[in-house]
Ligand binder design. Structure first.
Ligand code: HPA
Length: 295
């Protein structure tokens, strides 16, 4: 059994930090409400200039928050601004395969919701299953297949099934993001906007070629080891959710090559620019004040 998590205490601690960190710059950030949370996948970071940074805190210092053991997941949360939106970047995602249980995996999302965010953008590294996709492609997740063997204990869970979960990913917001990308693509900024179904497995091993054939038959286009529990929790907390996979490799058995974490990280580093442009589009189309989506 893991220790019970006090989400309010974690939020109080974060706001105290934001107050302290703002002192030098004479700005008190403690009352700020982030509009959108962003979870970045393996090897993906915002480049300088894309984000105006206000406060940075170490995940390991946040009371009760698990911190990552995997190479490439920076363990920091950054409060900052992208375009007109206040964003909270949740670095330091933890995974089931690190031995954390599902309640620990989704703690950051619960904190984000408690801090008042209305939207969440999830990103991940994934293996591409759909024929024709290549490493470096960015795919909007339109639905998921949960093969992780667990689901988060949703707050409102009663004896009856929780209904408002199908699909988790917000198609109105995805459509709006695609429109924005198409407008930008005439300037050469974003190429294409494929959509696909993400299958989440527990890991930590990559799939076998036979499993990848099975996943294709089940209707999966992408395979990874994260995202699903976070998306389900966010929807339960009333957040709008979008998710994007960066295809870092062809899924096992599709290329004749062995998969490696190094390859995943390397493609993540090389291709993060395209992913971040699309994340930017998602942020720009989110309207925390109105219906949630900018007209
Ligand atoms: N399988 C599972 N998870 C992954 C993969 C994959 O091929 N690539 C990146 N994360």
């Amino acid at each position: 059994m893991t220790e019970p998590f006090d989400v309010q205490a974690a939020c109080r601690w974060i706001r105290d930090q934001w107050r302290e960190l703002g002192r030098d710059g004479q700005q008190d950030w403690s009352e700020v409400r982030p509009d959108v949370g962003i979870v970045l996948g393996s090897g993906i970071q915002f480049s300088e200039g894309a984000l105006t940074e206000y406060c940075r805190i170490q995940v390991r210092d946040i009371p009760g928050m698990p911190s990552p053991s995997v190479d490439g997941h920076g363990g920091e949360w950054i409060l900052g601004q992208v375009a007109e939106s206040m964003v909270l970047i949740l670095g330091g995602r933890v995974h089931l395969y690190e031995g954390y249980d599902v309640e620990e995996v989704v703690r950051g999302i619960r904190v984000l919701a408690h801090l008042g965010a209305r939207g969440l953008i999830l990103t991940n590294a994934a293996g591409g299953i759909r024929e024709g996709w290549n490493p470096g492609d960015v795919v909007a997740i339109e639905d998921h297949i949960n093969l992780q063997g667990v689901t988060p204990k949703l707050h409102k869970q009663t004896a009856a099934p929780v209904r408002k979960q199908h699909p988790c990913f917000d198609h109105e917001w995805i459509d709006r993001t695609e429109q924005w990308c198409r407008k930008e693509s005439s300037k050469g900024a974003v190429q294409g906007f494929p959509r696909g179904v993400y299958a989440g497995l527990p890991g930590p091993t990559y799939e076998t070629p036979a499993e990848v054939r099975m996943l294709r038959k089940l209707g999966a286009d992408l395979v990874g080891m994260s995202t699903i529990q976070e998306a389900m929790t966010a929807v339960d907390c009333g957040l709008r959710v979008q998710g994007f996979s960066l295809v870092t490799n062809l899924a096992a058995g599709m290329s004749g090559q062995q998969l490696s974490h190094e390859e995943v990280m390397e493609t993540g580093r090389r291709s993060r620019g395209q992913l971040l442009k699309i994340v930017n589009a998602a942020i720009s189309t989110f309207d925390p004040a109105g219906s949630g989506i900018r007209p």
